[in-house]
Design a protein around this ligand. Structure first.
Ligand code: TXA
Ligand code: MG
Length: 358
């Protein structure tokens, strides 16, 4: 059901979750100080209780009741990036309910850049909001996606299509060196430039997965190699961010990396995503006997706004496979890194087939 802003306020204040628009993806919002409502969001999503939530604020004063020992760098980051797609992990204030942070002693906070979200929060106060999808599925980038996922049972404040389309960058400021726990549109270079200090970026955010993982999967025995040391540090940090340990963003269709022409020999119904050199801009869609090919002309921002819609479209239209052309390496564009991260999380793990077709 679609609701108005004042109905959304009413719902939140009476302890009911409401899906809200942000510039990244839709969030399933509940009042931070309404523990039952927060628990409902976990139940509705089918989200594991050990995966903490992001608290959304509309002004900096709200931060004082949420975080403690706020580092000086926060003011600088807020000036440059808030409202915006940057989530900061900070030491938690004791007023924040433990199940919002899954028992961690830190809390993740962000000020979203969407006028409806800001207006809502300025009336209701801080809101927890995980992405408003069923746990493990692609995030919703439109009100319709939320209605589809929850069969219309969750009230949705419709704020249009999300302008970014990928989740925020999560930056851990609770210890040094500062570390990116989830890559997003705001990249490591931009953060280093504003902070004028080192910010680490684990080399392989995909590391973390899954059902059959063991403790030793995280150990890195070769301490001599500097890159591996950085990785190990990053991986230790990622273990602090439980959300990165689960399979995510996955449609029902199998997702695979595949070189540009291999799709022609693929036999199941296939959705192909290509991104061509920067010769021209825009999206091109063409059909062939096995399915559809989407071509993005080097415009990663545009690709980001459509990735989850393409994943969802593949499921709606019964495609068995989504083939995505690998990005040219080395990747420096932060949107491209974030896209790669989400795609790798979505790649099916439950098959004996190779993950990459060439
Ligand atoms: O763009 C976004 O961030 C969207 C919109 C709705 O704001 N929200 C979102 O929430 O993506 P969610 O719950 O789907 O992802 C939050 C991520 C998870 O990976 C979670 O583990 C991590 O942030 N996280 C939350 N609190 C944390 C904490 N205290 N320490 C480390 N990681 C944390
Ligand atoms: Mg999510």
């Amino acid at each position: 059901m679609i609701v108005t802003l004042s109905q959304a306020v009413e719902q939140i204040l009476s302890g009911e979750p409401v899906a809200i628009p942000t510039e990244t993806v839709y969030g399933l919002a509940a009042s931070l100080f309404h523990p039952d409502a927060i628990q409902k969001t976990f139940r509705i999503k089918g989200r594991p209780a050990d995966n903490p939530l992001i608290v959304h604020i509309s002004d900096l004063q709200m931060l004082e009741h949420i975080a403690d020992n706020i580092p000086d760098e926060v003011a600088q980051l807020a000036r440059n990036f808030w409202p915006g797609a940057l989530t900061l992990v900070l030491p938690k204030n004791s007023k924040v309910p433990d199940h919002a942070t899954a028992g961690l002693d830190t809390v993740a906070v962000r000020m979203p850049a969407h006028p409806l979200a800001l207006q809502l929060i300025s009336v209701t106060g801080p809101l927890t909001a995980p992405s408003a999808n069923r746990s493990g599925k692609p995030s919703p980038t439109s009100a319709q996606h939320v209605l589809d996922d929850f069969k219309g049972l969750v009230p949705v404040l419709d704020g249009g299509i999300c302008s970014i389309g990928l989740e925020s960058t999560v930056l851990d400021l609770s210890q040094k060196p500062f570390t990116i726990l989830r890559p997003g549109m705001i990249g490591v270079a931009e953060l280093r430039q504003v902070l004028k200090c080192d910010v680490t970026m684990p080399h392989n955010h995909k590391v973390v997965r899954l059902a059959n993982e063991t403790e030793t999967d995280f150990e890195n025995k070769d301490e001599k190699d500097e890159k591996q040391k950085i990785d190990k540090h990053g991986i230790d940090k990622l273990r602090k961010s439980p959300g990165t340990r689960y399979k995510h963003y996955a449609p029902l269709a199998r997702v695979l990396w595949a070189s540009s022409e291999s799709y022609r020999t693929h036999h199941s119904r296939v959705l192909v995503i290509r991104h061509l050199a920067q010769t021209k801009f825009g999206t091109e869609i063409h059909t062939y006997d096995q399915g559809h090919v989407y071509s993005f002309h080097g415009d990663y921002e545009q690709f980001a706004t459509q990735l989850y819609e393409l994943f969802r479209r593949a499921d709606r239209e019964g495609y068995q496979t989504i083939l995505i052309e690998p990005f040219p390496e080395p990747i420096t564009n932060p949107v491209c890194l974030a896209l790669k991260n989400r795609i790798e999380h979505a790649i099916s793990q439950d098959s004996n087939l190779p993950e990459t077709l060439s």
